[in-house]
Design a protein around this ligand. Sequence first.
Ligand code: NAP
Length: 235
Amino acid sequence: MSETKVALVTGANKGIGYEIAAGLGALGFRVGVGARDAARLADALAKLEAAGVDAFGVPLDVTSDESVTAAAASLARLDVLVNNAGVTGGMPQQPTLVDLDAIQRAVDTNVLGVVRVTNALLPLLLRSPSPRIVNMSSSVGSLTRQSAGDVGPLSAAYAPSKTFLNAVTLQYAKELRDTKVLINLGCPGYCATDLNGFRGVRTAAQGAAIAIRLATLPDDGPTGAFFDDEGVVPW
Ligand code: NAP
């Protein structure tokens, strides 16, 4: 890269987000490590810097207007935004037992958080020569796969929040069609992280690979699409 490109990864203090930050850093990006907890942010920054990554901290709670506005104001350049921060919302998630607050929490972070962060950072992204937005979704958000009954446990909060995210991302792709922004959805696969009590079968680094690929698409790459490591994920 002639000029150092800047990426911001939300929820980058651990799990897949940390590995996305590490992977983009290894490719030469200067990486903003978005995290809502100061101590966990400092730990992640120390690890990334020890690995040779040009990283800087971005205090960021995606559910807070104030926090997102301050984060956006702290940046002078942005080429890549990875909306990675996510929560399940809490258990149980059987539709007949689910706490409505669990649905609210999942939507607040996984959908409204993405819209809040994206809209705050879009003016900066539009000044980049090759802006990329990656929204971390999940194959459990695929209605095709859900109706075929082949993904995940009962999930009345988390899975529908990712379906909602997928639908919103398509709307962004439509609106941004005549700009240089490529916005896509990535599914990391079932990775061992805090999100699932480390029951996943892939590593967080394996899960990060799709986000890194979508963050570095060429200018004639796809937009408004949903991918995992195997290729296109059905809606
Ligand atoms: P994780 O280890 O639990 O990490 C989630 C990250 O999101 C943490 O850094 C967390 O920060 C952050 N976060 C949560 N709420 C936030 C908020 N309001 N503001 C800012 N940051 C917030 O989970 P993960 O497995 O790496 O998940 C990363 C993404 O991949 C999520 O979008 C998830 O839905 C998606 N995904 C994961 C899997 C999987 O198998 N793991 C599968 C499909 C999709 P704190 O440390 O402060 O909580």
